[in-house]
Design a protein around this ligand. Structure first.
Ligand code: HEM
Length: 414
């Protein structure tokens, strides 16, 4: 214990507080913590911030084992964070809705409820169905980049002009949300994924939920060929989905697929341009493995949380039932035991078993869709602007939320 215990706890606290040097380069800290652990216990006062009184996992083998272990629960994680903890009145309608919904999404459920809920959306996300959306995604990317062209400027912000709007527009089309509502839809879901809960988040979540409930009511009266209508049909046929679950399912698709993809795209383009030889060689590089490598190198989600449902041994760490466990997937992605030369970007890397989409029963439902969006966006950008360059070497990393990526990415179109 003693000094050795204090040091990792201090670094972990700085990672959670998203201090600027930790955002710019969390990877040196991850290396240190993996070597000190790889599984580290941090203790503190019972009412402390979420990283206290928890286990932290930094290597690939332990993180993968945990994600696959049915005795490690996704359902119980929120119980560790009551709203009063964050200075929020739990009795307002918005807070009650937020709290109720936490238990209604597939992300926060365990089997068998999780399996049932996930199964209802699965059909919309198979690789074949997703591949069928290629034309639609291409036309959204073309219209966004056409907008940049039309402004006639030589510089633009990749985040504002492409990476920000693209994923929301894709999910909105999938759900059948009219184009007029896209911007509002995006504003409500911006910043919802985070370590902290704020009143603003609760209010946005409530507004988003009410908006989706109205769209669901409309589709119930007048079904269309979209995912909301499909989910209603599944509910009405099998009585499998409660009204809350229906809203929760739509919310989780938007929240899960929006900022993750935005910042994955921002990270990918940043890394490709940070060494222009990568950008220049891109047409000769197979796009699918290149995107996997960029996802491995900078995972948008840095950590996922779980709670142990039973006592278990994790790489020698005695985890007790009820303990919170943080899985630092961004650190696991740089584990030399799983990836040779993990700090080098090898766009042709094979056997790339990165954890950026998670693993096990909660493996990202939208992974095929996200991959397609990233591939189409990067390839189209490269085709349109072969001499695209970063305007500055320094990056302004997004400070809020739990997702890591550039908040702006100014480039010169050349
Ligand atoms: C590059 C972009 C993306 C990344 C990095 C990402 C990452 C992840 C990760 C790490 C998980 C697992 C969470 C956990 O185990 O606790 C997850 C789950 C999920 N993702 Fe994604 N995601 C992305 C895009 C998308 C998209 C486009 C959608 C849908 C439109 C989506 C929908 C979901 C859903 C519904 C889940 C919950 C699955 C379950 O609990 O069974 N994601 N995602």
């Amino acid at each position: 214990m003693g000094d050795q215990q204090t040091l990792p706890a201090d670094i972990i606290g700085r990672l959670f507080r998203r201090e600027p040097d930790m955002l710019a380069d969390p990877y040196s800290a991850y290396r240190e913590l993996r070597e000190a652990g790889p599984v580290i216990r941090v203790d503190g006062p019972p009412q402390g911030p979420p990283w206290l009184n928890a286990w932290h996992v930094f290597d690939w083998a332990s993180a993968s084992a945990c994600l696959r272990n049915p005795r490690v629960s996704s359902q119980r994680q929120m119980a560790a964070m009551p709203l009063e903890h964050f200075g929020i009145d739990p009795a307002t309608p918005a807070a009650l809705f937020f709290w109720r919904m936490q238990a209604q999404t597939m992300l926060t459920m365990d089997a068998p409820d999780h399996t049932r809920l996930r199964g209802l959306s699965l059909k919309a996300f198979t690789p074949r169905v997703v591949e069928g959306m290629r034309g639609e995604i291409q036309s959204i990317v073309d219209s966004l980049l056409g907008g940049v062209n039309a402004r006639g400027e030589t510089t633009f912000d990749v985040m504002a002009d492409l990476a920000g709007p693209l994923p929301t527009m894709v999910i909105a089309r999938l759900l059948g949300i009219p184009a007029d509502d896209w911007a509002q839809f995006k504003r409500w879901s911006d910043g919802l994924i985070g370590f902290n809960i704020t009143q603003q988040k609760i209010d946005n979540f409530f507004q988003l939920g009410q908006f989706l409930a109205r769209r669901i009511a409309e589709r119930r009266r007048e079904p269309r060929d979209d995912l909301i209508s499909g989910l209603i049909a599944a509910r009405d046929r099998d009585d499998a989905l409660s009204e809350d679950e229906l809203v929760g399912q739509c919310v989780i698709l938007l929240v899960g697929g929006h900022e993750t993809t935005t910042f994955a795209l921002g990270n990918a383009i940043y890394r490709l341009l940070a060494d222009v030889s990568r950008w220049d060689r891109l047409p000769e590089t197979a796009i699918a493995p290149a995107i996997e490598e960029l996802l491995r190198y900078d995972s948008p989600f840095q950590a996922l949380s779980r709670r142990a449902a039973a006592d278990l041994d994790l790489s020698g760490a005695p985890i007790a039932a009820g303990d919170t466990v943080w899985l630092w997937i961004a650190a696991a992605n740089r584990d030399p035991a799983a990836f040779p030369d993990p700090d080098i970007i090898d766009l042709e890397r094979r056997d790339n078993r990165h954890l950026s989409f998670g693993l096990g029963p909660h493996y990202c439902l939208g992974a095929a869709l996200a991959r397609l969006e990233l591939q189409v966006a990067v390839a189209t950008l490269r085709e349109r602007w072969p001499s695209l360059r970063l305007q500055s070497d320094s990056v302004d990393w997004k400070r809020d939320g739990a997702i890591r990526g550039p908040s702006v990415l100014p480039v010169e179109a050349g």
